[in-house]
Design a binder for this molecule. Structure first.
Ligand code: TRP
Ligand code: SF4
Length: 330
């Protein structure tokens, strides 16, 4: 931790096991944890905003997420890794914020109406008090630790802007600088396509699970979509439209030029090409799989990591809340 006082924070909703598409986000977190006072939490309250009627798998999803994070290289020595709902101070801050958050601010967050409509199409009404408050809860997540930076994707920018406005409003109303205005830390994250070339996503079933073993990787790579113009193996191929080739570029730096050339000239078949990718990807993902297995075999240790992270988080949270209570006269 080289920038002792600078806190960064991010979270993810526990929606099931993570895949290779999430890995670049986690890699970025793992890089940042070296330089900042880092907080990473599993956002189970946020999961409840939409999955309030289907909570059976939340416990399992939290465990899986902890394992995936540790597997990806989040280091509990450096980062506080914890479960959102373990920090009761968050609920308290959320209540205080709810007194000063204008309804109109919540109603105009662009993701709100989008999501409501999205869920309505599936026959589900998520127009609850809690879901409307999603951005306010997220602001409380961030401001509770007085984070200066929030590593998130572009889709979260409206939420960060909301958070900045709320911080300003609080500081202005109570005439003191309790909260810094946090900024989004946007990293250049590579967009890994799924097996079928679309965005990698659980709902498309086009993903490679984080922690997959070599056999599973090989099986998934076999399902990848290749250049549809190639019928016979000596047909000239178009690697630029082939997902397998995109993966070679990411994971097979030494060979990808050669593979491109061989494909274009029809000197390599797709089956062989995929075999080579599976081997490389297997090598690349092996340390992730090993770490996941290591922690999966030590559930007690994982519990301790989450508890310890929670303790560190609560300490910082308590400092903030003392200032907030003082400011608000409660
Ligand atoms: N809304 C974020 C997402 O869907 C998750 C999240 C909840 C979060 N609280 C946060 C991210 C605080 C950053 C900071 O990805
Ligand atoms: Fe894609 Fe490789 Fe087949 Fe070329 S040889 S189309 S790059 S899988």
């Amino acid at each position: 931790m080289t920038q002792e006082n600078k806190a960064i924070l991010s979270g993810m909703r526990p929606t099931g096991r993570l895949h290779l598409g999430h890995y670049s986000v986690l890699e970025n977190w793992a890089r940042l944890q070296k330089d900042y006072d880092a907080y990473f939490f599993i956002a189970d309250y946020h999961a409840l905003t939409t999955a309030f009627d289907n909570t059976a798998s939340i416990g399992q999803n939290i465990q899986d997420m902890a394992l995936d994070w540790l597997a990806a290289g989040l280091d509990p020595e450096q980062s506080a890794i914890f479960v959102q709902s373990e920090i009761k101070e968050l609920a308290e801050l959320h209540i205080y914020f709810s007194m000063i958050t204008p309804l109109s601010w919540l109603e105009r967050v662009p993701t709100y109406k989008d999501q409501v409509n999205q869920f309505a199409k599936g026959g589900k009404d998520i127009m609850t008090y809690g879901f409307l408050g999603y951005p306010q809860l997220m602001a409380a997540d961030i401001l509770l630790y007085r984070a200066f930076g929030v590593p998130v994707g572009e889709d979260q920018l409206p939420h960060i802007e909301f958070c900045r406005e709320l911080a300003r409003r609080f500081n202005y109303l109570y005439q003191r600088q309790v909260f810094p205005e946090p900024q989004a830390l946007l990293a250049k994250i590579k967009q890994l396509p799924g097996l079928d070339g679309r965005k990698m996503s659980k709902s498309y079933d086009n993903y490679i699970t984080l922690g997959a073993d070599r056999q599973e990787i090989e099986q998934r790579v076999r399902q990848m979509v290749t250049d549809p113009a190639r019928i016979r193996k000596d047909d000239p191929g178009h690697p630029e439209v082939c997902t397998v080739y995109t993966y070679h570029k990411y994971y097979n730096a030494e060979e990808h030029e050669q593979i491109k050339c061989d494909c274009q000239q029809g000197c390599i078949g797709c089956v062989a090409c995929k075999k080579r990718l599976a081997a490389k990807l297997g090598e690349y993902m092996e340390p992730i799989r090993e770490r996941r297995e290591h922690f999966a075999g030590k559930p007690q240790l994982v519990q301790e990591i989450l508890q310890d992270g929670g303790q560190r988080a609560r300490q910082k949270a308590a400092e903030t809340l003392a200032m907030v209570r003082e400011a608000m006269g409660v």
